[in-house]
Design a protein around this ligand. Sequence first.
Ligand SMILES: [Zn+2]
Length: 58
Amino acid sequence: MSCTRITAYYSVDSEVYHVCQNCTLGDNIESDKRQSGTPGKRRMCQRCKDIIAGRVKR
Ligand SMILES: [Zn+2]
C-alpha cells in the first residue's frame, strides 16, 4: 500500500501528526479531535513513515 498524501493532520490528544489519508491510526481519530497542521513538537506518525517507505502491506 502506498501513502495517499494529504494536508498534515493530527489528533488534539496525540503527539504525532499524519500525512497519509490511508493511515489506519490517523483514520481512527475522532472527527471532533481531528485538526489540520503540525503545531507544537509533533513528530510524523511512525505508521505514516512505514507506509511512505513501503513497509506496510495492507
Ligand atoms: Zn499516521
